[in-house]
Design a protein around this ligand. Structure first.
Ligand SMILES: [Zn+2]
Length: 515
């Protein structure tokens, strides 16, 4: 069966979208999960864009073994040199270098003639090939480029040694028919196109990213790029879990395989949502909360008689487990450790001990511990040490009554090493807490978004708070999980502030362009 490679760019194209800021430990966690998911290529970041990105790409390249790790670079020597330093420890060093080819990008952004663009692209690929065995070249805004010019420049970069050619629809403008036709045209007109891997990269501005990717596959693409949950710039990228499941469920029609471990979809989706703070719409295909819910009576009746009456995908296919968790208040450390290993977590003895005592505490207060609870507990432990607590909440207390003025008192350890206590009021409990915290961090804070959700079911479920705020001109997302939502909210607020302060402590390069 023909194999389609899956190129995941959750950590690059996904991570660069508004309000998402992952630290190195979180990126590592996602990369490890993408490896289990079975991504052929993992784009770990843009090494030349910031020291933080460099470090994350380097650590991922040195750790991941079963997926090829790549990084993005502009068509310039310094970017390629930096990328080599970050990626050379990988199993199969792979570089993704790009240059815009559409008339509007060449004229206004690059301020170069088409001839100059060809030269720069060829130079960059030749230079990259001195280091990297695998070089992917992307024609940024390819879909809006002149097809004849694409043929010309692709002929040259293949000669220069590119091993993959990517044809992105950078702005999400294509329709499936047109995008497929472009792949067919390139297949028929580019010399040596059969010697390289041909790749599709689609954005979802018109809701057609997945359909466009599949149209490309039908017309000769060997690889599709996208992200988990379809996160990404603007309306996002093609959702990889949708492509993988569509090709699997309709194998009879497409006759293709992706090598994706479908059983890992649920978990990968959950992890990306949790760490990025980007919620999954309930009706989203494959991974939405309601993707398998059957409400209508007629449907339910049919399902009871034969599930296949209305169900084309089973929750089990994507690794959703409904089996009860055999862990509770009286479980021992051994069973707990076994569960961590079965769930794919690799915790140190120390992290395991801490997780176990947190589990015991939770089991005392919560009747039933679910797989979701364990998942956030283990994930939290695994990434904990990397979240430097510049401000650390030590206590929060709220006085609230329907006819009183809500008052919050917060105490926290601050960067000077002191423990500061601040009390103030607000129109509501959360506002009072946020007002007190704003006084604590001594800056201007605007709340852009604030959300509280429950992890799993039940009135004693853990609460997760996500706070998206602007602090001194930049937007950051913080999150935290706690049994009490007010505590989770206060911690999530400080988590966002801490992320901003950690980011400030490392120099960040000029804003980056994208594919
Ligand atoms: Zn993109």
């Amino acid at each position: 069966m023909r194999k389609i490679d899956i190129f995941d760019t959750t950590l690059r194209d996904g991570e660069q979208s508004a309000g998402i800021n992952l630290n190195t430990a979180e990126k590592m966690e996602i990369a490890r999960q993408l490896e289990r998911f079975g991504a052929t290529v993992i784009e770990a970041g843009f090494p030349a864009s910031s020291p933080g990105d460099f470090e994350a790409v380097q650590r991922i390249a040195n750790t991941v073994k079963n997926s090829t790790v790549t990084g993005l670079a502009r068509a310039m020597k310094s970017d390629i040199d930096t990328s080599w330093e970050a990626l050379k420890g990988g199993q199969q060093p792979h570089l993704h270098v790009f240059l815009a080819t559409s008339p509007i990008h060449m004229e206004y952004k690059l301020k170069k003639t088409p001839d100059q663009v060809v030269d720069i692209a060829v130079e960059a690929v030749k230079y990259a090939k001195k280091f990297f065995p695998l070089v992917q070249w992307s024609a940024e805004d390819a879909f809006r480029s002149d097809p004849a010019f694409l043929v010309r420049i692709i002929n040259q970069v293949i000669q220069a040694g590119a091993t993959t050619i990517n044809i992105p629809d950078t702005v999400g403008y294509a329709t499936p028919q047109e995008y497929g036709a472009l792949f067919k045209f390139l297949k028929e007109n580019v010399t040596g196109i059969d010697r390289v891997k041909l790749s599709a990269h689609c954005h979802n501005d018109l809701g057609m990213a997945v359909a466009n990717s599949i149209a490309a596959i039908e017309n000769g693409a060997d690889q599709v790029e996208g992200t988990i949950n379809g996160i990404g710039e603007r309306a996002g990228n093609a959702a990889l879990e949708e492509i993988a499941v569509a090709l699997h469920i309709r194998k009879d029609f497409y006759g293709l395989e992706t090598g994706i471990n479908l059983q890992e979809i649920k978990r990968t989706s959950q992890l990306v949502s949790q760490l990025t703070g980007v919620v999954i719409q309930p009706n989203k295909a494959v991974v939405g909360k309601n993707a398998f819910a059957h409400e209508s009576g007629i449907h339910q009746d049919g399902m009871l008689k034969n599930r296949e009456t209305y169900e084309i995908i089973t929750p089990e296919l994507i690794g959703e487990t409904t089996a009860p968790l055999a862990l509770g208040k009286h479980s021992g450390r051994h069973a707990f450790k076994d569960r961590a290993i079965t769930m794919g977590f690799d915790l140190t003895e120390n992290q395991l001990n801490e997780a176990f005592s947190a589990f015991k505490k939770l089991a005392d207060r919560k009747k039933e511990i679910t797989e979701d609870d364990l998942f956030v507990l283990f994930t939290g432990k695994q990434i904990e040490n990397a979240n430097a607590d510049i401000y650390e909440l030590t206590n929060v207390q709220v006085q609230y009554g329907t006819s009183n003025v809500p008052t919050a008192t917060v105490s926290a350890n601050v960067p000077t090493g002191e423990n500061v206590v601040i009390a103030t009021t607000g129109a509501g409990s959360v506002e009072a807490i946020f007002n007190a915290l704003e006084l604590l961090v001594k800056g201007q804070v605007n709340i852009m978004d604030y959300r509280v959700t429950s992890i799993g079911k039940g009135r004693d479920a853990l609460g997760e708070a996500v706070v998206n705020l602007r602090f001194n001109g930049e937007t950051y997302t913080g999150r935290d999980i706690s049994q009490d939502v007010l505590e989770a909210s206060a911690k999530a607020y400080l988590n966002a502030i801490n992320r901003k302060l950690v980011k400030d402590s490392v120099k960040v390069a000029e804003p980056v362009s994208q594919v």
